[in-house]
Structures are given as C-alpha cells and as structure tokens.
Ligand binder design. Sequence first.
Ligand code: SAM
Length: 282
Amino acid sequence: MLTPPTREFDFNQQDFEKIRKLIYDYAGIALSPAKHDMVYGRLAKRLRALNLKTFGDYLKVLERGDHREMELFTNSLTTNLTSFFREAHHFEILGDYLKANRQAGTLNLWCSASSTGEEPYSLAITACEAFDSLRPPVKIIATDLDTNVLEVAKAGIYAAEEVDKLGATRVKRFFTKHPTGKYQLVQELRDMIVFRKLNLIAPDWMIRGPFDAIFCRNVMIYFDKPTQLKILQRFAPLLKPEGLLYVGHSENLYHAADLFKLRGKTVYELARPGLSTPAVLR
Ligand SMILES: C[S@@+](CC[C@H](N)C(=O)[O-])C[C@H]1O[C@@H](n2cnc3c(N)ncnc32)[C@H](O)[C@@H]1O
C-alpha cells in the first residue's frame, strides 16, 4: 500500500466535508469529492497566513463568523480563468445586436461573473466598435463574488502578452502603456463599467433591469441544477423581451426550457418574451 505524502497541515475527511458545505451554502459552489487535494492546496496559504497548524483550527475561525476570513476563504476557492474575447462568436452576436438597437437609447449589459475583467472589457470594446465611438450609449455592470478579482478588474491593467493577442488596432485604440510595462484600458472604457460584488445565490441582488444582454458564462458549471434553475428564474424578468442571455460553451439551459430557448451558439432568448417584467429590482 502507498503511504500518503506527509502534509504540512492536518486535513481530514470531516474537515473537507465541512468546507464543501460552507462554500456550497455561501456561494452555491458544489465541490466534487475529487477536489480534496485542490481544496488543500488553495487553503493552505490561508492557514500559513494565520499561523494555524490544522484545518480543524481554520474551520473554527470560519465558524466563529469572521467575515473577512470568510471572504478570503471564498476568494481562495473560486476559479477565475478568463480571457479577452473568450468565445469570440458571442461578441459578434452582441455587436450585431447593439448595431440593430442603436436607436433604442442607452443599452444595458450585465456581466454577472466578470472575474478579472477581461470579459466586461471585451463587452466595452465591442460596444465602442459597434458605435465607432469611445463613448457609446452603453452601460455595463460587471459583478463577481470574488473581491480579489474585482480589484484587478477595476484597475484594468493586463500583461502585454495577453493584450497583444487583441491585435495592434485594438491595442492602440483601447489601451495605454502603464509604467509597469503592462497595458491599461483607457479611461473611457473603464468609465463605461461599474464593478461591484454580487453573489448570484444571495437572496437580493439589488440590481436594476431590464438588460439587453446578460453574460453568465462559465460559472453555472460550478452550481448544481437546482441552484442554476433558481438563478435562471431570476434572470428571466431582468431581460428585455428581445434581450439575450449568453452562457459558456459547456453550459446548456435544457432544464430551463420554459424560461429560455436557444437562439444558437450558446446564446439564449426568452421562451415567453411577453412575460418579462421591465425595471424590476431583484
Ligand atoms: C471561470 S470564471 C468565468 C469568468 C468569465 N465569465 C468567463 O467566462 O471568462 C468564474 C467566475 O465566477 C465567479 N463566481 C463563482 N461563484 C459565484 C457566485 N456565487 N456569484 C458570483 N460569482 C461567482 C468566480 O469568482 C469567478 O470569477
């Protein structure tokens, strides 16, 4: 029999089950039993920072209701992988929508799991290109549960390797060189987006629709089907009758067929547009 490798911190199955329950109850994130090592790796730095010896001691800190530690715990367990113009076809569809609705006044977009900001800035660039202006009539709200990524997103500073992939024309038009050698989004683009913390499973989102588009990409995969359905039920009345919901390439809304129907390429429209209620606060 193989001897398990010696670990810096004591982490038993009961600790893992408690952590699974905590992150599920707080963020809706359903960690599979296979994530034992991932959880250890992600949280070990928190134990080190707090000078604790065991996960049992760390759980006591969380169970005491330490809000700041709960935030850092959550930030450690979220997965934030993203990139500019990820699933590029979505931005072509959005650009066409914005052009077709250019007479409609201000257009409102919600990026509901915005991570480090590449996704909402891709929305902003798409809007600037659709209207050929750095001040298009488009407002973007970008939200995420993870407070670390929101800070990165607000700063709008990205590595040259990442930004260069957008091509010279976009780099020249939408970025300035930052003293660190990285690139920063120009002020006009940063001003188009309001970033704020929002937990998709919180009972009150305090967000005002109706939206022309809701981007909810590559986050539903972390939730179980009942949680997904509850969120989708709350998205539906926040969309304009002609508005579109964008989900990730590996996500589908078959279980919410009475709410959304596929328009194509993981873009959904309301199944019953007449029933959407405008200007609701959820
Ligand atoms: C893999 S990233 C996806 C980023 C981006 N939407 C994309 O597709 O490139 C998932 C994001 O969802 C966020 N997230 C996880 N649970 C959440 C929740 N309950 N409410 C809001 N955001 C959440 C994470 O913090 C993370 O930034």
